[in-house]
Design a protein around this ligand. Structure first.
Ligand code: TYD
Length: 208
């Protein structure tokens, strides 16, 4: 099973993913915990290039292609092998980030982006995605550091948020929207309930 977490910077997704991984380990699962951009040597190098504030602006097309390149490596070298070995994969961001940030946020063409992403991932989609929804004013106040993307203005993050919510409306079976404006423990309880239900369902289907 392939589970991803998504949301704007500072939404709390990374904390929630780590707590979920901890709980799964207590249940005897051995989840593969990974992140995007990242997860392989090349993808981490691309991550450094993308997040470091540089002396010149980066074109949106180049940005999308770099995220896609990092994802292609990650899928081929980490995610697919882990899924093939029957592991549960937990990824901090995946293709929805590109559709939210580069398409909704930067205004790149959706059909082109979808074609690039399909090529990069070979069509691999998450089974379950948690979208941690939070107003940009609140989320950015939480984000400790300011990397290149976090230096964008509020209007950019409003577009990214709207992009994410549109994905969730289009794919309600896959994407669960979680209101991230609440105590960490209460949010984590919701996440665990949903993951437990999905794992039980997968086991039932596997037994058939
Ligand atoms: P991340 O490390 O998750 O940042 P944070 O923990 O602050 O949320 O993600 C790095 C940044 O990269 C984040 O600003 C979102 C951006 N991003 C994209 O713009 N497109 C993508 O496809 C991905 C994976 C990330």
């Amino acid at each position: 099973m392939f589970i991803t977490v998504e949301g704007i910077d500072g939404c709390g997704k990374t904390t929630q993913l780590e707590l979920l991984a901890e709980w799964l380990r207590e249940q005897g699962e051995e989840p593969v915990l990974t992140r995007e951009p990242g997860g392989t040597w090349l993808s981490e190098e691309i991550r450094r290039l993308l997040l470091r504030p540089g002396p010149e602006p980066v074109s949106a097309v180049a940005e999308l292609l770099l995220y896609a390149a990092a994802r292609a490596e990650h899928v081929a070298r980490v995610i697919r092998p882990a899924l093939a070995a029957g592991r549960l994969v937990l990824a901090d961001r995946y293709s929805d980030s590109t559709l939210a940030y580069q398409v909704a946020g930067r205004g790149l063409e959706r059909s082109w982006a979808e074609a690039v992403l399909a090529g990069a991932t070979g069509g691999l989609r998450p089974d379950l995605t948690f979208l941690f929804d939070l107003a940009p004013e609140q989320a950015l106040a939480r984000a400790a550091r300011a990397d290149r993307l976090e230096q964008e203005d509020l209007a950019f993050f409003e577009r990214v948020r709207a992009g994410y919510l549109a994905i969730a409306r289009a794919e309600p079976e896959r994407v669960v929207v979680i209101d991230s404006n609440g105590p960490v423990a209460a949010i984590q309880a919701q996440v665990r309930r949903l993951v437990a239900a999905r794992l039980a369902q997968a086991r039932r289907e596997g037994d058939r």
